[in-house]
Write a protein that binds this ligand. Structure first.
Ligand SMILES: Cc1cc2nc3c(=O)[nH]c(=O)nc-3n(C[C@H](O)[C@H](O)[C@H](O)COP(=O)(O)O)c2cc1C
Length: 185
């Protein structure tokens, strides 16, 4: 029996509330909060438990701003961020899909952990043309790169406002969630 409005739905609602924030108050994130979020990230599951990632915790606003400026517009969510976590991956063509999958799992957990702490977070992608610039700012060796940097902070009121009309933030459930097999005919 599905239970779309009852107890189960209420219990998972905190996950549904995890959103993408791109604007933050001028307020520090506590060291213990950032450390806890980084621990959640490193406990993410990965393909054959390889843990291909390294997480660089950024607490220096000037450095975060330099990264934002270097890779706009995808990095606009970093412009006001007081903290961020960069996900560093090995640059190995043969493992690209597996690493991207693992990276996505870790990024989403960072968003969830931030939300559980009453913070907000947002994914910024570093597009390939800007990877060398970010490599330079973060001092990465040639065989590592960053595609995802997650901004973390206390979201501004503007950032917390709904981005879409009620009911329009996601495709209708009936279009996305299918039962047993692909709809026929
Ligand atoms: C793989 C991936 C890459 C993303 N890249 C960016 C990005 O570069 N810049 C950005 O501002 N948001 C980025 N986002 C955030 C999406 O735009 C966001 O999740 C989507 O708009 C839904 O937002 P909501 O959860 O607040 O409704 C990315 C999300 C994903 C899953």
């Amino acid at each position: 029996m599905s239970d779309l409005s009852g107890h189960a739905a209420e219990r998972v609602r905190p996950l549904i509330r995890v959103r993408q924030f791109r604007d933050f108050l001028d307020r520090q994130v506590a060291t213990s909060e950032l450390d806890s979020i980084a621990d959640v990230a490193r406990w993410s599951g990965s393909s054959t438990n390889t843990q291909p990632w390294r997480f660089i915790v950024l607490r220096d606003r000037a450095a975060i701003k330099r990264i934002a400026d270097a890779a706009m517009p995808q990095t606009r969510g970093l412009l006001t961020a007081p903290a961020a976590i960069a996900i560093v991956l090995p640059d190995e063509q043969g493992q690209a899909v597996s690493h991207a999958y693992d990276e996505g799992r870790a990024a989403e957990r960072i968003l969830i952990a931030a939300s559980m702490l009453g913070l907000g977070a947002g994914i910024s992608w570093i597009m390939p043309d800007y990877r060398d610039a970010i490599r330079g700012i973060l001092g990465l060796p040639k065989d590592r790169f960053v595609r995802t940097i997650v901004a973390i902070g206390h979201p501004s009121e503007a950032a917390m406002r709904p981005k879409s009309a009620p009911g329009a933030a996601r495709l209708p459930r009936s279009e996305v969630v299918l039962e047993e097999k692909w709809p026929q005919g």
